[in-house]
Write a protein that binds this ligand. Structure first.
Ligand code: BYC
Length: 334
């Protein structure tokens, strides 16, 4: 059936022309952003601002949930009870971060089911880093040190994101990420200071595999980042991908020296004139391959999430049935 609402053409073109009210609203919104105001869920916002936030926050939430998988893989094989308890707490925290972030994204009018559908159908992105395998116990320490370290570097500025519900979620997430980074680094220090030669070389091997993918977490170079300019202008992102990557390298090199490991980059050296480290070229072809779905573990990660969702169907149905029963009881009592 062809209805008025489905028609395309001049009507749609007309719909795209902004009304004087919209122009005024947009100007008022931009003025609030320029003044450093925070935007709340019920405030008016341009459609593109809303879409950008839903994209970024939902990708972030998916990353937290998929990020539980590579580490969850080692819970049953942690070397001591203490390490197992720490790892369990960390993986649970990641689950919690995912939930705060889905809630923040829902305030923008997109349902959790829509976001999860996008993840399960392979349409939504999540961080490239979680498509790499964790093949030894040292990987768990290195993920804490480098991956959570990169995450904090990226996420601390997000505590000042112009969209207040996201900023508020990030404050709590960052506190927990800081514990995650420290536990990873501490476990590596123990291996490097008290471990045998095989354990030390296990740490070096893990660093060799995770260093470059950790640098890729910050996203494409600024010149190739289609979203950065607008997101910076709107205060969604406060610092660019390249600036954050540089800050991460500068903070991490001294930590690597203290550990006594070598970072796998022959071009890494202190640049006196610029007051920061120079580092080698990132393999962007690898980055885009992994983002495009063809990394070492993309299929495995997605299959694990889809299976968990399908296996949990009965729990969701039971919870709904219980909620319905409670509502009926309340209605009958009223
Ligand atoms: N992986 O224009 P750009 C964690 C995509 S979780 C995959 O620069 P934007 C943790 C990007 O989405 C870590 N895709 O984009 C959890 C865009 O594609 P679309 C996750 C990437 O949004 C458990 C395209 O490339 N952190 O910390 O301005 C355990 C062009 O990029 C990646 C967050 O999500 C990537 N690495 O900037 C431990 C933080 N990079 O969407 C740790 C919040 C880029 O246009 N997100 N892409 O199709 C952000 O800060 C920004 O979204 C990004 C990208 C800096 C990641």
């Amino acid at each position: 059936m062809y209805t008025q609402a489905m028609s395309v053409g001049p009507q749609d073109a007309a719909a795209k022309v902004k009304s004087p009210e919209d122009v005024a609203r947009e100007a008022a919104f931009e003025a609030r952003i320029d003044a450093g105001d925070f935007i709340e869920a019920k405030d008016w916002m341009p459609e593109h601002y809303r879409k950008t936030l839903v994209r970024q926050i939902s990708q972030h939430a998916h990353s937290e949930i998929v990020g539980m998988l590579p580490e969850g893989n080692w819970i049953s094989r942690a070397p001591t009870l203490k390490r197992k308890a720490i790892l369990l707490a960390k993986v649970q925290d990641e689950g919690g971060h995912g939930l705060y972030l889905y809630s923040a994204a829902e305030t923008l009018g997109t349902s959790r089911d829509q976001m999860l559908d996008a993840l399960h159908s392979g349409k939504a992105k999540y961080s490239s880093i979680f498509n790499y395998p964790t093949t030894s116990w040292a990987d768990i320490g290195v993920v804490g040190w480098l991956v959570d370290g990169a995450a904090i570097m990226n996420q601390v500025p997000l505590c000042r994101c112009s969209y207040a519900p996201y900023a508020r979620a990030m404050i709590r997430v960052c506190r927990e990420e800081s514990f995650h980074q420290r536990q990873g680094y501490e476990s590596l220090l123990v291996m490097m200071r008290e471990g045998n030669a095989a354990q030390k070389s296990m740490v070096q091997d893990a660093v060799n595999r995770w260093w470059w993918p950790s640098l890729m977490m910050f996203g494409p170079a600024d010149k190739d980042s289609p979203n950065s300019e607008q997101s910076i202008r709107w205060g969604i992102k406060r610092i660019t991908n390249d600036q954050l990557r540089q800050k991460f390298v500068d903070a991490t090199v001294p930590q690597a020296e203290l550990l006594g490991i070598t970072l796998p980059d022959p071009d890494l050296k202190w640049n006196e004139a610029r007051g920061e480290y120079d580092f080698g070229a990132i393999d962007w072809a690898e980055f885009w391959r992994v983002v495009g779905g063809d990394g070492p573990c993309n299929r495995e990660r997605l299959a694990a999430r889809v299976k968990a969702w399908d296996d949990g169907a009965w729990v969701r149905e039971a919870a709904l049935a219980h909620a319905r029963k409670q509502t009926i009881k309340k209605e009958q009592a009223a």
